[in-house]
Design a protein. Sequence first.
Length: 271
Amino acid sequence: MLPARLLRHRLILIPVVAAAAVASALSVAAPAAAQSSVNYVALGDSYSSGLGAGNYSDGSCDQSANAYSALWAKANAPGSYVTEACSGATTSTVISSQLSALSASTTLVSITVGGNDVDFSSVMETCVIFSTSDCVSAVNTAENEVANDLPGELNSVLGDIAADAPNARVVVLDYPDFYDLSKSSSCIGLSTTDRTDLNQGANELDAAIQAAAARYGDVFADVRSAFSGHEICDSNSWLNSVDWLDIGDSYHPTASGQADAYLPVFSANAG
């Protein structure tokens, strides 16, 4: 018979050893946290690179740490993330200089494109600098390009994305309305006619983008309602108004526009 002192020692040791054994078994049974299987590539123009949102890198492409793609990657820790989005990109430059980032292992793609194909930045500058008749004429020219040329250009880029990333979910985002027309009468700057024409041009551009996404079975992510109440002329706009010191920022989302409009819309459609 064991001495009382030794018996007490063994009775204390048994639950400790048992607990250690259970912990060891659990650690073997529980798999290590698997790395995310999402391989994400962000493509497109300045609305995807984050121009207007500050905190830039990559020189002339104006890639911002505040862009929706970077914010999404930071929050979701995908297996891989790369942005090729570049300020000034068109459908043809996306094809020539961005699609090399895609592969069969890419599972998620985002893109904004089309605005530069119809030279919409020049249209907006015309409306800011010149007369209402010049603005109307410039918008009409852009709308003709949207109707006649842009569908084929969008077909090219979305078709190439499908070929280069056949296993990816492709989220095609659009552009916001620029002005809250209900506040136009008390808003300094362009005439209501100019603002109405710019919004109309943006909406026709968005409709062409939506139709192209549908043709390729891609996900269309509409940001317009997310910007409602935060357009130019609203007191808390998420869009940069005309900035004469840095005209390129004009009409682009601020950091809040990226974080509070583009990001939640993309997140809701990323799958």
